[in-house]
Design a protein around this ligand. Structure first.
Ligand SMILES: Nc1nc2c(ncn2[C@@H]2O[C@H](COP(=O)(O)OP(=O)(O)OP(=O)(O)O)[C@@H](O)[C@H]2O)c(=O)[nH]1
Ligand SMILES: *[C@@H]1O[C@H](CO)[C@@H](O)[C@H](O)[C@H]1NC(C)=O
Length: 446
């Protein structure tokens, strides 16, 4: 009797602490964020109250190889999100969203593209409908310290694949080449930590991995005294079930921020004669309630092309077309679909865009050039999202082979309900035949 009432009292106390925590994070956030939806990172805390108030909340953090681009990072988010979903079936875990910054492709000058919260680019509330999430700066506020209990640095196996055969395994190993985390005289590990120089870790280990994200679960849950774990080089982990239900749920939850979609919508309306009602591309506020009939979307009266240039064009890749050949193909498509308008999404420099337009005289060719305020507020990542959003609403889309930027547009169009034939297309490179392999169709699994 005594024992059970004592443990009930403990439960009550733990619950109270959680409520206080969520309240304090709420109010401090509300002060800062005013009308910002991002307050609901803490939707997380609420959700987790229903799960198991007795177990203490644990936090998963992650980072990615600095060389990786924005859209591969979105893919890694889906892998880690579903690991966190699996963890929550055991005990309450919150995913700490890694601040954006220092990306190789983000080259606009005069901008400080560092420590960018997820709410700049994505709807954090939408994310929290899939798994509990919190922004990094809120994590510091809630835990009271810029501290992480344990960092696992994920690496390959020094010996490579044994017998040339891939098998699933994870082992604690000596670090192969890691000089990135250093133990200071105070016993704390210092590292990059998204540019937060005050952040430190208490423990640091290297893990050799050849595994799906879900296989980290036993390692993460084994020691309850470790409250926060960071996985660096999380891109080493693979999808548990690529293209399956949870993949798509994570993907559907990864919605672009409303302020960016609004800018794209305005551009469509003014230049491309495109609006959701006419184009049958309405978005429902809560993605869990949005299930478009396949091929129900019509899209605006324009073709959208994603032309990945820069390093793709410089490296003489055989799957990249010359601007002239890309233009010839686009003319053919415009005739075929009886359209006059073309939207170009590209990372090409101005002179290449001009060259492309010169090859397309007689057609209305648009590309999105951000006003100064948009660039300042939402930076290169925001502009890329606006390009993707406009491309996602075209009647017909054609992208660049192997570009994850194009792949994310494919998915966006599946969610909006386009016919896959109008989506899964790519330019054939100058080094390929005109009947080159087209992208694989991935239908949404529900
Ligand atoms: N605004 C804009 N930016 C683009 C476009 N294409 C590429 N970029 C920029 O270049 C980056 C390309 O990197 P990713 O997003 O990783 O896509 P990727 O094409 O697979 O490139 P890699 O990762 O280098 O193979 C984007 O994140 C953008 O910053 C485009 O059409 N519009
Ligand atoms: C669990 O983690 C704590 C804190 O890092 C550490 O002191 C302890 O040795 C760990 N226990 C085991 C069994 O690894």
């Amino acid at each position: 009797m005594a024992a059970s009432s004592a443990s009930r009292y403990c439960l009550f106390l733990a619950g109270l602490v959680l409520i206080l925590l969520s309240l304090s994070s709420l109010t401090s956030l509300a002060n800062e964020a005013e009308s910002d939806e991002s307050v609901f990172s803490s939707g997380a805390t609420q959700q987790q109250l229903h799960v198991a108030p007795a177990k203490p909340t644990r936090y998963l953090l992650y980072d990615i190889n600095p060389g990786e681009g924005f859209n591969l990072r979105r893919d890694v988010y889906m892998r880690i999100a579903n690991l966190v979903k699996a963890l929550n079936e055991v005990e309450p875990w919150i995913l700490v969203l890694p601040p954006w910054g220092r990306l190789y492709h983000w080259k606009s000058r005069g901008l400080n593209q560092l420590k960018i919260p997820w709410s700049t680019f994505f709807e954090v509330l939408s994310l929290s409908y899939h798994i509990p999430v919190i922004e990094y700066e809120d994590y510091i506020k809630v835990t009271g310290e810029p501290q992480i209990d344990l960092v696992y640095y994920l690496q390959n196996y020094a010996e490579g694949w044994t017998d040339g055969k891939w098998e699933e395994k994870i082992d604690e190993r000596d670090c192969i080449d890691n000089q990135l985390y250093k133990k200071n005289s105070d016993g704390k590990y210092r590292g990059w930590f998204w540019g937060y120089s005050e952040t430190y870790a208490n423990e640091f280990k290297c893990l050799s991995v050849q595994a799906m994200a879900g296989q980290m679960l036993p390692i993460l849950t084994k020691n309850i005294s470790v409250r926060s774990v960071m996985l660096d080089r999380a891109d080493e982990l693979l999808h548990d079930r690529y293209g399956q239900v949870d993949y798509w749920r994570a993907r559907r939850s990864l919605r672009f921020a409303k302020h960016l979609r609004d800018i794209g919508d305005e551009f469509r309306r003014i230049n491309l004669d495109s609006n959701d009602e006419k184009d049958k591309t309405e978005v429902i506020d809560d993605w869990r309630e949005m299930r478009k009939e396949p091929s129900s979307a019509i899209g605006g009266p324009y073709i959208a092309a994603h032309l990945r240039r820069q390093d793709y064009a410089r490296n003489n890749r055989k799957d990249v077309p010359s601007l002239q050949n890309a233009a010839e193909h686009l003319k053919k498509l415009l005739k075929e679909h009886k359209l006059k308008k073309l939207f170009i999404s590209t990372d090409a420099p101005k002179f290449e865009i001009k060259e492309l337009k010169d090859h397309l005289t007689g057609y209305e060719v648009y590309n999105y050039v951000p006003p100064k305020a948009v660039l300042e507020n939402f930076m290169d990542g925001g502009v890329a999202i606006i390009d993707q959003w406009i491309s996602a609403h075209a009647r017909y889309f054609i992208g660049t082979g192997t570009s994850t930027f194009s792949f994310r547009i494919h998915e966006e169009r599946q969610i909006l309900g386009f016919d896959p034939k109008m989506t899964y297309n790519r330019f054939c490179g100058d080094g390929e035949s005109d009947s080159c392999d087209q992208p694989t169709v991935w239908n949404i699994q529900w």
